[in-house]
Design a protein around this ligand. Sequence first.
Ligand code: KIV
Length: 305
Amino acid sequence: MTTGTAAQPRVTVPDVTSRKGSGTPLVMVTAYDAPSARAVDAAGVDMILVGDTLAMVVLGYDDTLQVTTDDMAHHVAAVARTRPRALLVGDLPWLSYHVSLDDTVRNAATLVRAGASAVKLEGGRKRLPAVHAILDAEIPVMGHIGLTPQSIHALGGFRVQGKDLEAARAIVDDAIALAEAGCFAIVLECVPDAVARLVTDSVAVPTIGIGAGRHCDGQVLVYHDLLGIEERMAPKFVRRYAQLGADAKAAVARFAEDVRAGRFPSSEETYHAADTVADALGLYGPAAADRPREQNTSAGASAPA
Ligand code: KIV
């Protein structure tokens, strides 16, 4: 359903699928709250993913296994309240679709009721029953293969996948199975570019790469990674387009300096009582010299011009 303005129709699942082979790669970026959603939507991305990376980049966990469907719904709802033009995809967390098919559908529906237009889940052929059940409830599904962080313990860590022939073939077969089952797009994470190319050429739906090279139909990055909000992890495939973490630290340090040096707040940053009111209240005494310091001094270093 298109509910945006005539000038800016909202991106739909069929819009995304129809971009396969269009020559213009799809752009997906994660967001987890209203400010990040407004920023990525204003930048014109095609899809916003409320990823389970929420666990690591926002909630401070070491892996993605710690978030629940309710956690994801809470953040999907925050993003949805901004009414983005981009297609909003909600990530199904670990153990939300590894359960009964009834519960799987209910969990996917929870994200849709929170505002997602589609859900993403990790895994290939093994997850086909879940994919079929969710699609049967009319909820579009995005696949995710290659490095699947919810399998971190089984995989033995965050490692490039599909490096040997057998593993590469398995990834291609998984992609074909997901596309044939009806997934509208497939995320390919941390696979060699040749494998990504083969997958992209083998399926009729867009592939969205992250650490999968350029031969994909689109690319996705995590908001905090591309903006340099934290420097703790620097995977090879991340390009930092800003250094917001360093900027934030420097800005807060300047604020602290200004407070400690008495430069904040300035007179301009302060609400003043009218002189008549101040005099009537006897606030400052009769002498002008006793008026508050900021009325007799120039503005602080960081005061607005
Ligand atoms: O959770 C997430 O942010 C993701 C992307 C890395 C694709 O799954």
